[in-house]
Design a protein around this ligand. Structure first.
Ligand SMILES: Nc1ncnc2c1ncn2[C@@H]1O[C@H](COP(=O)(O)OP(=O)(O)O)[C@@H](O)[C@H]1O
Ligand SMILES: [Mg+2]
Length: 327
C-alpha cells in the first residue's frame, strides 16, 4: 500500500478529492485512476471536470461531454460539464421569466438582443461553470467526488473568484436587507404582499448559500484532500513550490504531492541508449530535490508507461502504482 492509499484509509471523511498542477502532468490520469480504485472498493464515485477539452471522454474512451453523470463501470460515474449548454439553459430561463412576468408570447427583439450579448460575456461562462460545480458538489449523491481540476493558474483564479463572489454577494445581501426594512414599512403602508425586493433578496441569499457551501466544501480540511501532481523536472518543481504557497493562502488543504512519469530505474541496468541513461540520471537529481523539498508529503511515485493512459486497463495499471496492491 502506498502512503496515498494509507492517507485515504486514515481519513475516511475526506470525500472531495482534487488533483492540481500544471497542464499535462497527469491530473486527469490520476483523477480517473483514483475514481477507479475507489469504485473497485465499492464506493460510489463521481469524477467530474469543467474543462471544455473533453479529457475524461478521452481517458474513458466514451463520449460523455455534456451528458450529465455517466456510469462507466459499476460505481464509477464521470461527468464533463458543458458550459455553453448551461448558458443556453440560462438564456431560456431568462426568456421564460420575461414572458411569464409580462404575459407575452414572444420576447421583444431588443431584449433578445440583450440576452444574446450577455451570453457572450466571459463572466457568463465563469458563472455557468461555477454554478455547475455547485450543483454537483451539493448534490450529495456520491460517496466520493473527484474534481479533475483545470490547470493551476485557472484553478487559482477560480478560487479567488469564489471568495470575491462571496464578498460581493455578502455586501449586496446586506444592502438588500437594510432596504428590506424600509420596504417592509412601505409595503405595510401600501398593503402589498411579498414584494419583488423579497424575491431578489431570497435569490441572493440562495446564491450566497450555494457559493459558501461549495467553496466551503472544496477548502474544508475535514472533507477535502488536494494533491499536487509533479514531475521530476526543474521548472515543474519550482512552479509547484510557488503554487503551493499561493494555494495555502486560499486555505486549500494540500495533503501531499504525487510524482508522475518516473522512468523505471531498472532500465539503467540494461543496455539502453545514452540519451535514456542521461534522462534517468537527470531524473535522479530532481527526484532527490523533490524529496528534499516536499519530504514526507510525497505520497506516491508513478512510473512513465510505455504508452498514453487511455482505457480501463491502463487506468487500472496507474491505480496499481498510485495505491499499491493488485488492481
Ligand atoms: N505515467 C504516465 N505514463 C505515460 N503517459 C502518461 C502518464 N501520465 C500521464 N500520461 C499522459 O500524459 C498526457 C497528459 O496527462 P493528463 O492526465 O491528461 O494531464 P493533465 O490532466 O494534468 O493535463 C496524457 O496523454 C496521458 O495519457
Ligand atoms: Mg486534464
Amino acid at each position: 500500500m502506498t502512503q496515498l492509499a494509507e492517507s485515504f484509509r486514515a481519513n475516511p471523511n475526506r470525500r472531495y478529492i482534487e488533483f492540481g498542477g500544471k497542464g499535462g502532468l497527469g491530473k486527469t490520469t490520476f483523477s480517473a485512476a483514483t475514481a477507479y480504485w475507489l469504485a473497485k472498493q465499492g464506493y460510489k464515485v463521481l469524477v467530474f471536470s469543467v474543462d471544455p477539452q473533453a479529457s475524461l471522454s478521452d481517458i474513458f474512451e466514451r463520449p460523455i461531454f455534456g451528458k450529465g453523470a455517466v456510469e462507466i463501470i459499476p460505481n464509477l460515474f464521470a461527468q464533463e460539464v458543458d458550459a455553453d449548454q448551461r448558458i443556453k439553459a440560462y438564456q431560456d430561463q431568462i426568456r421564460k421569466k420575461i414572458l411569464d412576468m409580462y404575459g407575452m408570447d414572444q420576447v421583444p427583439d431588443e431584449v433578445e438582443h440583450y440576452i444574446q450579448a450577455a451570453a457572450a460575456e466571459p463572466a457568463m461562462e465563469e458563472s455557468a461553470i461555477f454554478d455547475a460545480v455547485v450543483d454537483i458538489v451539493v448534490g450529495g449523491n456520491f460517496d466520493y467526488y473527484i474534481y479533475d481540476l483545470v490547470p493551476l493558474g485557472h484553478a487559482l483564479y477560480y478560487l479567488s473568484m469564489a471568495s470575491i463572489y462571496n464578498e460581493w454577494i455578502a455586501k449586496i445581501t446586506k444592502l438588500r436587507e437594510e432596504m428590506e426594512q424600509y420596504s417592509q414599512v412601505a409595503s405595510i403602508m401600501e398593503r402589498k404582499g411579498e414584494s419583488e425586493e423579497d424575491q431578489i433578496l431570497a435569490e441572493l441569499q440562495d446564491i450566497r448559500q450555494r457559493i459558501s457551501t461549495s467553496s466551503g466544501i472544496l477548502t474544508d480540511r475535514e472533507k477535502t484532500a488536494f494533491y499536487f501532481v509533479v514531475t521530476p523536472e526543474d521548472m515543474i518543481i519550482r512552479d509547484t513550490v510557488k503554487a503551493a504557497s499561493l494555494f495555502a493562502k486560499y486555505q486549500v488543504p494540500i495533503c501531499g504531492y504525487i510524482v508522475n512519469r518516473v522512468i523505471p530505474h531498472e532500465l539503467a541496468q540494461q543496455d539502453i541508449p545514452a540519451y535514456l541513461r542521461n534522462r534517468i540520471t537527470m531524473q535522479d537529481k530532481y527526484l532527490k530535490e523533490i524529496d528534499e523539498t516536499f519530504g514526507k508529503d510525497v505520497q506516491a511515485r508513478v512510473p512513465e508507461f510505455e504508452r498514453d493512459i487511455t482505457g480501463m486497463e491502463m487506468i487500472a495499471r496507474v491505480a496499481g502504482e498510485l495505491f499499491g496492491g493488485d488492481q
